[in-house]
Design a binder for this molecule. Structure first.
Ligand code: GLU
Length: 288
């Protein structure tokens, strides 16, 4: 059975781009007699708000979507993510990184590394690996001193322990037209952060664990997250989790060709509804 999910973060009001993504997920499931799930991705307590979460439920109901209750809320499952993290740690694939954003930028400039890969993910530039090279003594000393750190995944080491080709099935289209069987290239994103003190599970870790625990078989989402699939595919194999198929879809852009932002109040579903929009007009606005 096909199981899809729509997984918004309650860090703002939903806009047209979310409506399109939610329709895509629910229709992919319903068209095949499957299940559509809603998941609240609220791992970041500094940005998540319960009023945004309530608005998500109201907006999606207004759009005519239905999902099984209870809805999985990531903030209630940190123990699951901690367990996955421990598993990776036991495999020797994590290392503490003490770098600040600024130090990372300086290191990239100093090493003359191409910033081109910076656009690959929303997480900023590919980490140059500074702390991967720290000696055990320095590491222990800095940890003992209580220096703040993030846990990064040693992608090269992880890849070495695996069969050469990690693949996934793309049923939609990536940003460059990718479809069909894809080879994951996690090295393009580098040693991503999987946890930090104030945020004990990163997006990648939580998504991979949840998709598996919830039995998601088809991940539908915007093609801006296509590169994220590379890292998530790697995590699935490392954690011995089932691999869903993917269907990345186009993004709904504003008239200037930019992604809608959560800060742009005018295009929120709530405000469109107030101004007389209906489910049908929203569908038409996103080209459905
Ligand atoms: N929570 C993510 C977002 O709001 C989506 C995660 C996903 O679909 O993998 O963009």
């Amino acid at each position: 059975m096909i199981v899809t999910r729509f997984a918004p973060s309650p860090t703002g009001f939903l806009h047209l781009g979310h409506a399109y993504a939610a329709f895509m997920a629910s229709e992919a499931a319903e068209g095949a007699g499957g299940r559509f799930l809603l998941r609240i991705e609220d791992i970041d307590p500094a940005r998540s708000r319960s009023d945004f979460e309530r608005a998500i439920f109201a907006d999606l109901k207004w759009l005519g979507l239905r999902w099984p209750e209870p809805v999985r809320r990531q903030s209630e499952h940190f123990a699951d993510y901690a367990q996955a993290l421990k598993q990776l740690d036991r495999m020797g694939l994590l290392y503490p990184c003490f770098c600040t954003r600024r130090e990372i930028a300086e290191e990239i400039a100093r090493a003359g590394l191409a910033p081109a890969a910076a656009d690959l993910s929303a997480e900023g530039p590919v980490y140059p690996g500074t702390c991967r090279a720290l000696t055990a003594e320095v590491r222990a000393e800095r940890l003992a001193r209580g220096d703040a750190y993030a846990l990064r995944l040693d992608v090269k080491k992880a890849m070495k322990s695996l069969a050469p080709d990690l693949t996934f099935e793309e049923q939609g289209r990536g940003p460059n037209g990718e479809s069909g069987v894809q080879v994951a290239r996690p090295e393009l994103l580098g040693d991503v952060v999987l946890a930090r003190k104030e945020l004990p599970a990163s997006y990648h870790l939580a998504v991979v664990v949840d998709d598996a625990l919830q039995g998601v078989t088809l991940v539908t989402r915007g093609w801006d997250l296509f590169p994220a699939t590379y890292i998530q595919r790697l995590l699935q194999t490392l954690l011995d989790l089932p691999v869903p198929a993917y269907a990345h879809h186009r993004l709904i852009l504003d008239p200037a060709g930019r992604k809608f932002s959560k800060r742009d109040r005018a295009v929120t579903l709530a405000s469109l509804r107030e101004h007389g929009a209906t489910r049908q007009t929203i569908r038409a606005m996103v080209g459905l």
